[in-house]
Design a protein around this ligand. Structure first.
Ligand SMILES: [Zn+2]
Length: 587
């Protein structure tokens, strides 16, 4: 089918180019285009000429139209150059920027392929292009991306940071124009030399914002000696937070020690309310014990006479599994003697307690009992010997009701007779004395029980966050937690004021306060913070610059995140040049 027309809104062309004819087939559109400019300029001497020498046809591909491939048949003219000074006698008319002189595709098609390649690259890009009506191979897509020139331009304030190619194994460098918020380049390592070489080609750099590592410091010193180096504020705050972490942990430890002993609000220890077991329970237990011992011996005896396990279980009214378990043992389970080791540990534990009351130091106690100092410390934090538990609990008829009474007690019910009636109605058949003993133990416990501290509610990590965040950004409940923390621990309060003071210095860029702040830290008790301050002192000019100039690497972190996203779409075939192109031309 052949259509004759001059111009169509469906196919915009540059001024002076006219559609002569359109041929359509199932898959293709072929558009014949002629140029109607009366003159053209010589590419060598730029003199315009109107003397046409000849003409010929060029075929170039263009953006698809309605899902059809688009081919333009351009009638291109040749002109004589009439400038006697010019060496060129004949030249071809120029159609750029629509299409470059020797190109097989229009510039707008090339840009479309690059855009596809920058989002998906390679064979996936080629498949997407085909779906959009653009015939292209994976190689072409890649080639088109690699043709893109690096973003030109000068950089006054440069941000530099590293990024990882493979999860923390190999690293590259990202360079960002901090004024234009634009990635300038990627380098395939993070050495000072590579960074310095790059900076040398940009003598216009006036500021370099960098992390506090050695490589970039050296790189900037060598590659851009004219520039002011700025210790990056993002990393300054990050380092501060790292420094206060052990401090906060220590404060927490002190807080917890001050709160000891800290029994959890639970059932009182069994011994305290079962000093006198109910007589009938004791009787039942003894009876049970005796018969158990008897049955144990009978089982052994029957087995030794060749009776099967199943039969034994049937005769004695027990499960097969119990019989098996019994046959494996020497003694009846309930009659195990306490292991010797256990008894000795218990004795040492009690001795340690006694020594402590006598005022012996932890080290002395450890020496006398021939145990580790850490064990002594651990023991001092507890009331009962840690390993004295495994003894089998005696059962009381009160047991099933203990949890209920405890919960009523926690709700505030203090009337023993009322509680007794309540559990009687649930089936408790024991005496009110048992209940009294239980309640007495509860009273003692709640008297010595400190209110659950803020340290139990707020984790160390959360506390660090509360200390480091600007106060105005905290939510109401976070402010309450912070206030309670500072109230509970003077140390934390002191740490808070130092951390906030530093944060404000960074945010408001109050470099003039740095000296004062470091002095305050020096006279404080915070060792790790002091180490941080000494580091600042070594790096003082750059830190001062950070606390003075507006530039910072905050946005570089954002660019690194963008880079990670792109890297992830590359299926791990992250060969560096392609990654670089895709990051530099990302949109
Ligand atoms: Zn010329």
């Amino acid at each position: 089918m052949v259509v004759m027309m001059e111009r169509t809104p469906f196919l915009p062309l540059p001024e002076g180019m006219l559609i002569e004819q359109i041929e359509t087939s199932q898959t293709d559109l072929v558009v014949c285009v002629i140029s109607t400019h009366p003159t053209s300029c010589c590419p060598l001497c730029t003199e315009p000429s109107s003397s046409v020498h000849s003409s010929y046809q060029r075929s170039v591909r263009d953006l698809p139209c309605g899902g059809r491939n688009m081919r333009l048949l351009l009638t291109v003219r040749k002109f004589f150059c009439r400038n006697p000074e010019c060496k060129r006698k004949i030249f071809t008319e120029r159609l750029s920027p629509f299409v470059e002189p020797w190109a097989k595709v229009t510039n707008r098609l090339c840009e479309a392929i690059q855009a596809i390649g920058l989002s998906t690259s390679g064979s996936l890009g080629a498949r997407l292009a085909a779906r959009l009506g653009i015939a292209s191979s994976g190689m072409t897509v890649l080639r088109r991306i690699m043709e893109l020139p690096p973003p030109a331009g000068s950089v006054v304030a440069l941000g530099i940071d590293d990024f990882s190619f493979r999860r923390g194994r190999t690293f590259g460098t990202i360079l960002v124009n901090l004024e234009k918020h634009q990635v300038m380049d990627l380098l395939d390592d993070r050495s000072s030399k590579t960074a310095a070489d790059w900076m040398r080609s940009h003598p216009e750099i006036a500021y370099v914002s960098r992390d506090r590592g050695k490589e970039y410091t050296q790189g900037a010193t060598e590659g851009a000696p004219q520039a002011t180096q700025i210790s990056d504020r993002f990393h300054l705050v990050k380092n501060l937070v790292e420094a206060i972490e052990p401090e906060v942990s220590r404060c927490y430890k002190h807080l917890r020690q001050a709160q000891l002993p800290l029994p959890p609000p639970a059932l009182p220890k069994a011994d305290e309310w079962r000093q006198v077991p109910d007589a009938d329970v004791v009787r039942k237990q003894r009876a049970g014990q005796a018969s158990k011992q008897e049955r144990f011996e009978q089982a052994k005896d029957l087995f030794s006479h060749g009776v099967s396990v199943k039969e034994i279980a049937g005769q004695l009214g027990m499960s097969v599994r119990t019989v098996y378990r019994w046959l494996d043992r020497e003694d009846c389970p309930a009659h195990q003697p306490e292991p010797k080791e256990q008894t000795e540990r218990l004795e040492r534990f009690e001795q340690a307690k006694a020594f402590r009351l006598q005022g012996l130091s932890q080290k002395e106690i450890a020496g006398r009992l021939a145990i580790g100092v850490r064990t002594v410390q651990r023991w001092q934090a507890r009331e009962t010997c840690p390993y004295s538990q495994p003894r089998r609990k005696r059962r009381s008829i009160f047991d099933p009701y203990a949890a209920y009474v405890l919960s009523r007690w926690q709700q505030g019910e203090r009337s023993v007779s009322l509680l007794w009636q309540e559990i009687q109605s649930q089936g408790f058949s024991g005496s009110i004395e048992t209940l009294y003993r239980f309640v007495r133990a509860l009273r003692q416990d709640s008297a010595s029980l400190p209110a659950p501290g803020v340290a139990d509610r707020v984790s160390v990590q959360k506390a660090i966050w509360l200390l480091a965040r600007p106060y105005e950004k905290l939510k109401a409940n976070e402010r309450t937690d912070l206030a309670e923390l500072c109230q509970a621990s003077q140390e934390l309060a002191a740490l808070y004021s130092l951390v906030q003071s530093f944060g404000q210095m960074v945010r408001q860029r109050e470099g003039h306060r740095l000296q004062d702040w470091m002095q305050q830290v020096k006279t404080s008790r915070f060792r790790d913070l002091q180490r941080f301050a000494r580091g600042l002192h070594r790096d003082k000019e750059e830190v001062l610059a950070a606390l003075t100039f507006v530039y910072s690497n905050g946005q570089v972190e954002g660019q690194v995140n963008k880079l990670k996203l792109i890297k992830r779409t590359m299926f791990g075939r992250a060969d560096f040049p392609l990654l670089r192109q895709r990051v530099l031309h990302a949109f």
